[in-house]
Ligand binder design. Structure first.
Ligand code: MTE
Ligand code: MO
Length: 321
C-alpha cells in the first residue's frame, strides 16, 4: 500500500519491514483472544513497542463487526472523496490536502460531562487497543466503499468523560483554517463542518473513532488525524479531522441539515425507501468496480439493521430521516 506523500509518511520510510512483520507475527501467534485477555493498557504496550513513535505504522488487532466483503482498493478510497474544506470536487481533497498540518493535534471532550478534557493525538492513540474494522460506507450521492478502518469505539472516550444525566446528544466539530483551506470558501457550505448524533447512537459500539485505514494512519484527504465513522448512516455523518466532541442537551445543528433540511435529515440513516432529492437511494455503485458494474441494492441501515434497528424502535423513519 502506498499513499504517496499525502499522509506525510509511508510505512517503508519509517519502520524496517522485519520489525513490522515480527510484530504482526507476534500478534498472530498470541491470538486475538490472548491480546484481549490482557488489560487494555498492557495489551497496548505489548502490541506497540513503537507506541511512542508518531511515525510508526499503526498496530491493530482484528475488531468486531467486520464485513467479509472485499475492501475497495485504497487508491479509489483516497482519490474519490468528499472533504469540502479542500474543495467540492471528488478529486479536490487528494489534490489539495497534502500540506494540511495535522501534527500537533488535539481534540477536546467537553460540555455535559464530569471530566472535560483535551486529548493530544498521542493520548488518543493510547486510550484503547486499536482495532481493524472492515465497514461498508455509503455516500448519499450513491457511491459506496468497503474500508478497513483502524480505531476503537467512540464510546471509549465518551465513557471516560462521564456524561451527566443532562447529556442527550453529541456535537462534533471539524478543524477549520481559512488559511490552510482556501478551497472551503467557494464550496457552498459553511464551516467549521459540524455533525451530531443522539447519545445512544454515539455510544453504540459500532460507532468508530478512526485514526487509520489500510494499516496506516489516515491520509489527510480521509480525515487525518482522527475522524468519526458511523457505517449505518450516510457518509456526511462521518465527520473528518475533528477537534471538538461536545455533549449537549439539545439536538445540535449539523452542516448538511442546515444547508438543506428537506434532503438532509438529522438522523440520515441509510434507507432505500426514502429518496434524498435529487438522488434515489435504492442502489449504489461500489467504487473500484468500474463504471459499467451493475449497481447493487442498498439496504436499510446500510445492512447493519440487526445491530442498530432497535435504536429507532417506534420512530417514523420517513419523518425522522
Ligand atoms: N470535515 C468534513 N467531514 C466530512 C465531509 C466534509 O466535507 N468535511 N464530507 C462528508 C461526506 S459528504 C462524506 S460522503 C464522507 C466521505 O468520506 P471519505 O472521503 O473518507 O470517503 O466524509 C464526510 N465527512
Ligand atoms: Mo456524502
Amino acid at each position: 500500500m502506498v499513499f504517496k506523500k499525502s499522509s506525510g509518511w509511508t510505512h517503508e520510510e519509517v519502520t524496517p519491514k522485519e520489525v513490522y512483520f515480527n510484530r504482526r507475527n507476534f500478534l498472530a501467534a498470541m491470538g486475538v483472544a490472548g491480546v484481549a485477555a490482557l488489560a487494555g493498557r498492557e495489551a497496548w504496550k505489548l502490541a506497540t513497542p513503537a507506541a511512542a513513535d508518531p511515525q510508526a505504522k499503526l498496530p491493530f488487532v482484528p475488531g468486531p463487526y467486520s464485513t467479509t466483503e472485499k475492501p475497495t482498493p485504497s487508491s479509489d478510497v483516497t482519490h474519490y472523496n468528499n472533504f469540502y474544506e479542500f474543495g467540492s470536487s471528488k478529486s479536490g481533497p487528494s489534490r489539495h490536502a497534502g500540506n494540511f498540518v495535522t501534527s500537533p493535534w488535539s481534540a477536546s471532550v467537553e460540555g455535559e460531562v464530569k471530566n472535560p478534557r483535551k486529548y493530544s493525538m498521542p493520548e488518543i492513540l493510547k486510550l484503547a487497543t486499536l482495532e481493524e474494522r472492515i465497514y461498508r460506507h455509503r455516500c448519499v450521492e450513491g457511491w459506496s466503499i468497503v474500508v478497513p478502518w483502524i480505531g476503537y469505539s467512540l464510546s471509549t472516550i465518551l465513557k471516560l468523560a462521564e456524561p451527566t444525566p443532562k447529556a442527550k446528544f453529541v456535537a462534533f466539530e471539524s478543524y477549520y483554517s481559512p488559511a490552510q483551506m482556501p478551497w472551503a470558501a467557494g464550496s457552498g457550505i459553511s464551516f467549521p463542518y459540524v455533525e451530531g448524533l443522539r447519545l445512544d447512537e454515539a455510544m453504540h459500539p459500532l460507532t468508530l473513532l478512526s485514526v487509520g485505514m489500510y494499516g496506516e494512519k489516515l491520509p489527510n484527504q480521509d480525515g487525518a488525524p482522527v475522524r468519526i465513522v458511523v457505517p449505518w448512516k450516510y457518509g456526511y455523518k462521518s465527520i473528518k479531522s475533528i477537534v471538538k466532541i461536545r455533549l449537549v442537551k439539545d439536538q445540535p445543528p449539523t452542516t448538511w441539515n442546515n444547508y438543506g433540511p428537506s434532503a438532509y435529515g438529522f438522523y440520515s440513516n441509510v434507507n432505500p425507501d426514502v429518496d434524498t432529492v435529487p438522488w434515489s437511494q435504492r442502489y449504489e455503485h461500489r467504487l473500484g468496480q468500474g463504471l459499467f458494474a451493475r449497481p447493487i441494492p442498498t439496504h436499510i441501515f446500510n445492512g447493519y439493521g440487526d445491530l442498530v434497528a432497535s435504536l429507532y424502535k417506534g420512530m417514523d423513519l420517513r419523518k425522522y430521516h
